[in-house]
Design a binder for this molecule. Sequence first.
Ligand code: WT7
Length: 572
Amino acid sequence: MKQAETIDRMTTDNNLGSYEEAYETFDWKEAEKAFSWYRTGKVNAAHEAIDRHTETERRDQVALHYSDPNRKESYTFQQMRDQSNRFGNVLKKIGIQKGERVFIFMPRTPELYFSFLGILKVGAIVGPLFEAFMEGAVRDRLEDSEAVALVTTPQLLERVPVDELPALKHIILVGSTGELTGGYYHFEKEMAAASTELAIEWMDREDPMIIHYTSGSTGKPKGVLHVHNAMIQHYQTGKWVLDLQKDDIYWCTADPGWVTGTSYGIFAPWLNGVTNVIRGGRFSPQDWYQTLEENRVTVWYSAPTAFRMLMGAGADLVKKYDLSRVRHILSVGEPLNPEVVRWGLDAFNRRIHDNWWMTETGGILISNYPQMVMKPGSMGRPFPGVKAAIIDDAGNELPPYRMGNLAIRTPWPSMMRAIWKNEAKYNEYFRIPGWYVSGDSAYRDEDGYFWFQGRIDDVINTSGERVGPFEVESKLVEHPAVAEAGVIGKPDPVRGEIIKAFISLRKGYEASDELKEEIRVFVKEGLAAHAAPREIDFKDKLPKTRSGKIMRRVLKAWELDLPTGDLSTMED
Ligand code: WT7
């Protein structure tokens, strides 16, 4: 085995000390002591993230630095407390009950964050939706969760099929100038009339808190449910992985529509009482470097695709900005190429710390820590209090360098507690007693570092966004020209993977570039831009099993010129 290259430890003042020692001694019970509730058992994550700090010297510290091309606003912890209390009162007035689902379908704005916290404060379950979702994706999620209320904007409301969602009774519109009646409310008017004092709903640790929908290889998106107890993990990983310390200014580039944008874009920074930077609007290298410079960001959490795009924009651009405040950089969501780590050392004079987790795990489980020697290309080592292993399908732990299922010993504080209304799907993850089976394959080296190898199922990871091939295929066959469709992830140097669709056409349709484009736009407008196939191939026939299932594995082998493997189940 070739000796992996290593990069030396960083120095840091966080209290992890030596990773090896912490791994031996740490107990999650220690993390609970940061909060007062561990004695009473009653908790509310929004209180712990925001209100708690208003009783300390952090009260007038900035909690949120928001900017987009048209707005620039800052809010202290006290102001965040007041605004989220107001929103909690708006929901109470409407009659929202503990445990009901309240969704947010909004671009990143301060109002999104006030709403998010207010929903938690009244004990409802928050469901954040990515603003780029189109009608089909929005409907699936609101339908499955039976959301009773939605916070959105007049523009995005056009993509909400309100009449087809019987459970959805209340719509709170941000930025509406029209006359609103019958279940529709003006966010601004209601907020102005609401009190800043709220009787917060005190929750049990195991009470539901948030649903994130995510994709698998079959079926519609799954509603991954997390409980208030997850905050223990958000807090402690914030401390030891994000290395959050007093006076830090932190920027997580993820949207709250994805789990990184909530666990690490909301909870981890605020539970640790640091200033959180939120940048709205679109990605551009100039804009991102400016955001880092202007806000004097010290800790920066982003994703491989973004780093690769920054790399593509060149090192000269980096030199135009003063990024000297940036002391810690992290990455998640897809494999972080060693080349990108080397570029980071060169461009920022900083290591980019890879870490691994999933929507289902709720928080970071495997990571590179500042005080750890880094091996570029490795996701790092398990968090103290977490046991990770490579196991075979029977549950046997495999020795170093043997590839197998990446699995985690159950439980850990932020482990999902359910797949919404789908116990069978939930149980699949725990089919091997004592383990959570991630669906990723990996190996471990002799020093206990984990190396990602791929997905075991057909799930596609494009620009760090998880796309289920089945969802895309289902949308494709809704197009009148499409008879059948098979969708795969094709390796791509910038996006990790791109979506490629193989399509057989219905009788009477001719293959053409115009038709390809029409089909692409159809998925983009029906589902989401990131789910639209970048490449389409027309085929007379798709490879199928005798039972009629499209064999994506064969499509992939064709595409990549690989051996097709066992074809015994394929129809002639
Ligand atoms: C899947 C989870 C929670 C982070 C955002 C993505 C892949 C995640 C890494 C990494 C290689 C990674 C895995 C995982 N993934 N981190 N450091 N290296 N692959 O959350 O949408 O639930 O996707 O993303 O395949 O299973 P997600």
